[in-house]
Write a protein that binds this ligand. Structure first.
Ligand SMILES: C[S@@+](CC[C@H](N)C(=O)[O-])C[C@H]1O[C@@H](n2cnc3c(N)ncnc32)[C@H](O)[C@@H]1O
Length: 306
């Protein structure tokens, strides 16, 4: 299969111009996560991880272990001094925060997430962990005291930011001087406008299926971080480390479009929720854009200047 054929099959099920035009409303983010909650737990991680496993050279080589790699890379930045304050924004069901809070009993952790269901699941799993609390809320409207945190991290949640300038101002405000932000997420490479029309379409649709209104460009990230007083220490593209998982997801997701007329009928009858079909669409399209040309999967480390 190639991108053109995949787009054609998907287009037989979904009205692509309409899908593009509708975009993603803020309310759809929580609806998407409520709907996909069961599927994430059933097919992705029983422990509640909602991000991609990393297959890094000489490190984890299976799905289960790979899910801990983002947190392991964050652990390298958690210092051993007493009582650091760490926050995860878009913590989902708490997988990363629980893992890190267990490893660092001397530090305090806060997990913040928009989806109430995720927060309930996280709280249940974290029972008895005295150094971790979860809060339901929008990370674009943070109300924490200034200079509270030593480290804030976001694993595949930064992409939900609707105002990149605002989020960096807020992050800079809640961080202590020299505090750090660590982000793992998809960002578009410069030169989006030079990509083929099919690839540009695939990138937009891929976002919509994951309830992401807009993928940010890596240059937009650099500029806005800098304006807010956050210096980029690391911007590393780990695209090849997520590819094994993307390819196996693609294989499964293509089944949704194998019999397009049947899927379309089930969609029209309401048997298949449209968010689920769109999620499968993203599964089919993601491997085409992720790499060195169109989009990367970045580990970003930022440090507050003063
Ligand atoms: C792909 S999941 C990742 C969850 C978690 N970081 C992990 O690695 O398992 C993205 C999460 O971001 C949350 N999210 C999206 N927009 C948000 C916002 N504006 N404020 C807080 N959380 C948000 C979603 O509810 C979801 O739990």
């Amino acid at each position: 299969m190639d991108l053109q054929s995949d787009l054609k099959k998907i287009g037989q099920v979904l009205d692509l111009p309409k899908t593009l035009q509708q975009g993603v409303s803020p309310a759809e983010v929580t609806r998407y996560y409520q709907l996909t909650n069961y599927f994430y737990r059933r097919f992705h991680s029983r422990e509640g991880a909602m991000h991609l496993p990393l297959y890094l050279p000489q490190r984890a080589q299976n799905h289960y272990e790979g899910l801990y790699e983002q947190a392991n890379l964050i652990q390298d930045f958690i210092q051993n001094t007493d009582n650091q304050q760490v926050m995860e924004i878009g913590c989902g069901q708490g997988f990363n925060s629980i893992y890190l809070a267990k490893q660092n009993p001397q530090h305090q952790f806060v997990g913040l997430d928009l989806t109430a269901l995720h927060i309930r699941q996280a709280q249940q799993k974290a029972q008895g962990l005295p150094n971790l609390t979860f809060r339901q809320g929008d990370f674009q409207k943070m109300d924490f005291a200034p200079h509270r945190f030593d480290l804030v991290f976001a694993i595949e949640s930064f992409c939900y930011t609707r105002d990149i300038s605002l989020i960096f101002k807020q992050l800079a405000s809640v961080l202590k001087p020299q505090g750090k932000v660590i982000i793992f997420d998809v960002f578009t490479h410069p030169g989006f406008e030079n990509l083929t029309a099919d690839l540009q379409l695939a990138i937009h649709l891929n976002g919509i299926g994951f309830a992401v209104e807009k993928w940010w460009n890596i240059e937009e990230l650099r500029q806005n971080a800098q304006i807010a007083g956050l210096e980029v220490l690391i911007a590393q593209n780990l695209a090849s480390a997520i590819m094994p998982n993307l390819l196996s997801f693609q294989k499964g997701a293509r089944r949704m479009f194998r019999y397009p007329q049947l899927t379309k009928l089930l969609l029209q009858l309401g048997v298949l929720p449209s968010a689920l079909v769109k999620h499968a669409m993203s599964g089919v399209l993601a491997p085409y854009s992720i790499g060195e040309v169109a989009q990367g999967y970045f580990q970003i480390v930022l440090q507050k200047n003063k």
